[in-house]
Design a protein around this ligand. Structure first.
Ligand SMILES: Nc1nc2c(ncn2[C@@H]2O[C@H](COP(=O)(O)OP(=O)(O)OP(=O)(O)O)[C@@H](O)[C@H]2O)c(=O)[nH]1
Ligand SMILES: [Mg+2]
Length: 394
């Protein structure tokens, strides 16, 4: 199935039905009085989240959706039927933004959650409504109002507890295979993973978390190089990011430079995302000596100004992965406890999600304009890091 994680659609709610102008005409009833009924309301447009689908591919083909309009009222005080609501099914994890105003409209993060995105028009009034003691035969009716119309940008951000960030070939998919039953493709060439994959990691029975393997990020991703930045949005919902670094890569400086480039891309995309919980995981420790490992690790700490956690693993042989998963599980359980005990923490998380959404959107929209600026800042960052590292370790 095709994986589509961003679509723009146009939704229009139904128009309200017009009120009816009619008078009672019956044998032997003179001046029967007004009997024009009201119109029916227009149908609303709802989005409903479902865990049964995981792509928005259907919205690539049909992009314009309209709910049914209400029908006009009729004589004998008959109200016109209301238009049926239109219910569009989207995957769980979809965020919705008004494409014209940029306003963040909502986030459908739970199965069955629904949201009205366009309100149906109000019905028009029939002439019966305008009857009064001074006007027994009103000829006045009103028209139904138009339904709301909106252009929506819908983005899917997959739901996972732990997200993997790293350059191609760093061993992200190998890690997912090592710790879960998922079987993403592994190969020794870049961009083996083309769409996000999920794996469930069971630490013990009833204690498990979901890990998301996303396509690798390379220098220049912000210009659209490789698979670009668009997959980074799938890391926004994760509670913790694992930055997987291939410690065996190239010369002594290379892992540190590569790590800094990945973090630079991440902060350009969303500074809020780059400040969320992140752990470093040095992979492929089987390919370096003990001394090399220490030296390269120090260079990474220096290049990233790192004060957080660092793990060392060999995803291929599963060395060090059990401890890492245990610690991830405890961290996630602790986070969940905090959020359920302290509503202000849950609220802060919600606000952070909105901030990340806004930042990433602004960034993606501005890419075309400041391409050259990003280029030069990336080159100078790489040069600066190489210089610093060379100075310190030569
Ligand atoms: N020796 C060794 N090789 C590893 C280790 N982890 C991964 N590899 C190898 O590194 C190569 C790339 O691994 P992948 O898991 O496909 O890397 P990835 O990060 O998912 O790459 P993309 O999907 O292209 O972004 C494969 O040939 C793996 O066998 C490890 O711990 N030790
Ligand atoms: Mg992969």
């Amino acid at each position: 199935m095709k994986f589509v994680d961003e679509v723009t659609i146009e939704v229009t709610a139904g128009k309200g039905g017009n009120g009816c102008l009619s008078f009672r005409r019956e044998k032997n009833v003179a001046r029967g009085g007004p009997d024009g009924g009201d119109g029916g309301d227009g149908g609303n447009v709802f989005l409903i989240a479902s865990c049964k689908i995981n792509t928005m591919v259907d919205y690539r083909y049909q992009r314009i959706f309209s709910a049914q309009s209400g029908e006009s009222g009729q004589g004998r005080n008959r109200t016109g039927p209301s238009g049926a609501d239109l219910k569009l099914i989207v995957p769980v994890g979809t965020t919705i933004t008004d494409a014209d105003t940029g306003e963040f409209l909502g986030d459908l993060a739970k199965d069955g959650q629904q949201m009205m995105v366009a309100r149906g028009g109000f019905h028009g009034l029939g002439n019966t409504r305008f009857k009064s003691s001074r006007n027994q035969a009103p000829r006045k009716t009103t028209l139904g109002s138009d339904g709301e119309s909106r252009v929506l940008t819908m983005e899917l951000r997959i739901l996972a507890d732990v997200g993997l960030l790293g350059l191609p070939n760093s061993g992200k998919s190998t890690f997912v295979r090592a710790v879960s039953a998922a079987r993403p493709k592994v190969a020794d060439y870049p961009f083996t993973t083309l769409i996000p994959n999920l794996g469930v990691v069971s630490v013990e029975s009833l204690r498990n978390f979901v890990v998301a393997d996303i396509p690798g990020l390379i220098s220049g991703a912000s210009k659209g190089a490789g698979l670009g930045l668009r997959f980074l949005r799938h890391l926004m919902r994760n509670r913790v990011l694992l930055h997987i670094i291939d410690i065996s890569e190239g010369s002594e400086d290379d892992p540190a430079i590569a790590a800094a480039v990945a973090i630079n891309e991440l902060s350009l995309f969303s500074s809020t995302l780059s400040k969320r919980s992140r752990w470093i995981v040095l992979n492929k420790i089987d390919l370096v000596s003990e001394e090399q490992l220490i030296l390269r690790r120090e260079k990474i700490v220096k290049a990233l100004n790192w004060e957080g956690l660092i793990y060392e693993i060999c995803a291929l042989s599963n060395e060090g992965t059990a401890k890492l998963c245990q610690n991830l599980m405890s961290f996630l359980e602790e986070q969940e406890k905090m959020e359920s005990n302290f509503p202000e923490i849950a609220e802060e998380e919600r606000l952070e999600q909105v901030r990340m959404q806004r930042e990433s959107r602004i960034y993606i929209d501005s890419l075309d304009c400041n391409e050259s600026l990003i280029n030069s800042s990336k080159d100078s960052l790489t040069n600066m890091l190489s210089d610093t590292l060379r100075k310190d370790y030569s």
